[in-house]
Write a protein that binds this ligand. Structure first.
Ligand code: XCC
Length: 663
């Protein structure tokens, strides 16, 4: 432990903890290796920042005008303008959601423009899924069964683009993908979203000085923005990616850094949008590039996946995942990586330092994302004419890097493993024989509940340890886990999606998963594919004829980092999914006011209007969910199980499965 944060009521990890406690042995080995080599990484910079600002950690500082910065305490309970704790914390939350929505909007925009380019014949891609396109046309109400597919594709892409960007106040068309029960609930609560752009602009407007003084209305705006994000952004990107590149099928792959090979060209793909990735994989597969690699003395070419572009590569091509976003420096630190091809988001500026130490070439492919020393080969979906040639340029550059780099300092951890991943809504339901077979497993208690485990990993915890220890306890207690993004990378590294993952599972869950031929932790893809998790939840709630808020489902985000994941958290709450979060700064459950003493003593339960709203009846009466903060993984697992059991009790469903080994 680096130190105990009285503000978070949590132990904050230091680099030593990451090295000792990282559940993925490859990560632990690389942290030690880079320390020995004197190369700075995320953990060093995190250590150097400690202790972090107690006001910032609780979302209590306001920098939204130039009279500040202001910070809230018992001594000064209002900022200069008069904003109080509630208004400041909710404004910080709303701005984080707006930023997250903006990022996802750019991701979905790239895909919508790509689909338009394909329909116009400007991009040499074939649409891979007619069924997803047909469904999207239906959900967006732009196609009849007899409408020609090219016309449907055009209408889907244009409607999605319009949902991202229009400034009029009409409701989001992509709400056609949402459960009807939720749409009614949002409408009744005044939470129906308009376009993503309008909701982002309105969030920035309402949070600027003197524009809104009612924190409940500001929170409602954050919810509308999160829903625009969820449906135009997450669902938009997930559906468009399926239409363009095909619906994934689960597949078993090798995982972790051990997939890199010292005598091969090693290329990592990193980011979120898979358009350049698809072209790059085709380029690497050409005789020209294979021959170039042979001439360079390479025994072959390895492509490894990082972050969410890694999930896209895994799900559709079986590319092995090597690391989540927060381990990107560790991957480059193997010294084996010839090129990292990055598109958009979660590309840490610090990776450049490590890349320079090893001569690794960084290639940026998104106009939004520039890195000073990188080679920039951008994909502009509005001018896609050079896409194929650009992909070849990148492939040649990676092979050239192999030929010219100093390869004397390669250190590839041997630790690895296997994982089954690439689950869609269809794959999850079909594995169990359909929603009609899966629901009775839930009703009987064979499966105690379903937890969505999502989001980033933070250096405040020992390198993915929060995700892994919670997931292990949930599986042991009979909970099926659906995961995505960097949480899924943590599960891969710890073997929780692998062939032995059922060993410690509760009997009911083990039997159900053995019959289905799946692990107890199902990796459903990138962060955008949280859309798939919502769809599984929605299918079960529909089959049970219940509200989503009634069902034994939870969200666990133990280490949320990116503003995108804050937006996803609010969207899940809006779906009635009670959420248990961990070491997350700037969330509006500050340990201040009357609850200060309890919070400082280490409890996350105090009493102030924020805690009462999010953890009590305020949010519950609005959308049917609660937000609980549990930084300690054991406390988080207990809160998840309590939440699931309370839902089961209210439904009158049988009790949960006893934990494995329990009497
Ligand atoms: Fe977070 Fe999404 Fe980024 Fe990983 S990648 S750091 S947002 S979990 Ni999608």
């Amino acid at each position: 432990m680096k130190y105990h944060s009285r503000h978070l009521g949590a132990d904050i990890a230091g680099k030593d903890d990451a090295r000792r406690l990282a559940p993925n042995p490859a990560s632990a080995e690389m942290i030690a290796h880079l320390e020995d080599a004197g190369i700075e990484t995320l953990s060093d910079r995190s250590d150097a920042q400690q202790p972090q600002c107690g006001f910032g950690l609780r979302g209590l500082c306001c920098r939204m005008c130039q009279m500040g910065p202001c910070r809230i305490s018992d001594k000064s309970p209002r900022g200069v303008c008069g904003r109080d704790m509630e208004l400041i914390t909710v404004a910080n939350l709303a701005r984080a959601v707006a930023a997250g929505c903006s990022a996802q909007t750019m991701h979905a925009r790239e895909l919508a423009l790509t689909l338009l380019g394909v329909t116009r014949g400007e991009i040499a891609l074939e649409r891979r899924s007619t069924s997803r396109l047909r469904d999207a046309g239906g959900a967006l109400n732009v196609a009849f069964p007899w409408t020609p597919m090219e016309e449907v594709a055009n209408s889907v892409a244009r409607t999605m683009m319009d949902d991202l960007g229009r400034m009029s106040g009409e409701p989001l068309r992509a709400l056609g993908f949402a459960p009807k029960e939720r749409r009614r609930a949002w409408e009744a609560a005044g939470l129906t979203p308009r376009s993503a752009a309008l909701e982002v602009v309105e969030s920035l407007h309402m949070t600027t000085l003197g524009a809104c003084s009612d924190w409940r209305e500001m929170f409602a705006q954050a919810v509308r923005t999160s829903l625009a994000y969820a449906y135009s952004g997450l669902v938009g990107a997930s559906v468009l990616t399926d239409i363009l590149f095909g619906i994934p099928e689960p597949r078993e792959v090798e995982v972790s850094l051990g997939v890199l090979k010292a005598d091969h060209v090693n290329i990592l793909v990193h980011g979120h949008s898979p358009v350049m990735l698809e072209k790059l994989l085709s380029a690497i597969d050409t005789e020209e590039i294979r021959e170039l690699a042979r001439e360079s003395g390479a025994a072959g070419i390895v492509v490894g996946g990082m972050c969410c572009t890694g999930h896209e590569a895994l799900a559709r091509h079986g590319i092995p995942p090597v690391a989540g976003a927060m381990a990107q420096e560790l991957a480059i630190g193997t010294g084996a990586v010839d090129a990292v091809v990055v598109d958009m988001q979660c590309v840490l500026p610090g990776m450049q330092t490590v890349a320079e130490c090893f001569g690794t070439r960084i290639v940026t492919t998104c106009e939004s994302n520039r890195i000073p020393a990188a080679v920039h080969v951008p994909f502009d979906p509005e001018r896609p004419g050079t896409l194929d040639a650009d992909a070849m340029t990148i492939a040649r550059l990676a092979v050239d890097a192999f030929a010219t780099r100093d390869r004397s300092s390669i250190h590839i951890p041997a630790a690895g493993g296997r994982a089954t991943a690439g689950f869609t809504r269809e794959a999850v339901l079909n594995s169990f024989g359909g929603v009609r077979k899966l629901l009775p497993l839930l009703e009987s208690g064979a499966i105690r509940g379903i937890a969505a485990m999502v989001g980033c990993s933070t250096p405040k915890a020992p390198c993915e340890a929060g995700h892994v220890s919670i997931a292990r306890e949930l599986v042991r207690s009979g909970v099926l886990v659906l995961t995505s993004g960097c949480s899924a990378h943590a599960m891969f590294g710890a073997g929780l999606c692998g062939p032995d993952a059922l060993r410690d599972a509760a009997p009911g869950l083990r039997e159900a998963c053995e019959d289905a031929g799946i692990p107890p932790v199902l990796a459903m893809g990138s962060c955008s594919d949280n859309a798939r998790i919502i769809q599984v939840f929605a299918a079960l709630a529909h089959e049970a004829r219940r509200s989503l808020a009634d069902m034994p489902f939870v969200l666990s985000g133990p280490e949320l980092v990116n503003e995108k994941t804050v937006g996803q958290l609010v969207a899940m709450l809006a779906h009635g999914i009670t959420s248990i979060v961990g070491l997350t700064p700037a969330l509006p459950i500050p340990a201040v006011g009357p609850g200060l003493e309890a919070a400082e003593a280490g409890s996350s339960i105090g009493s102030n209007p924020m805690i009462e709203f999010f953890g009590g009846d305020g949010l519950a009466s609005l959308v049917g969910a609660r937000l609980l903060v549990r930084p300690d993984p054991a406390d988080a697992a207990a809160a998840i199980l309590d939440t699931l059991d309370a839902k089961r009790d209210a439904l009158g469903w049988a009790g949960g499965t006893p934990a494995a080994g329990a009497a």
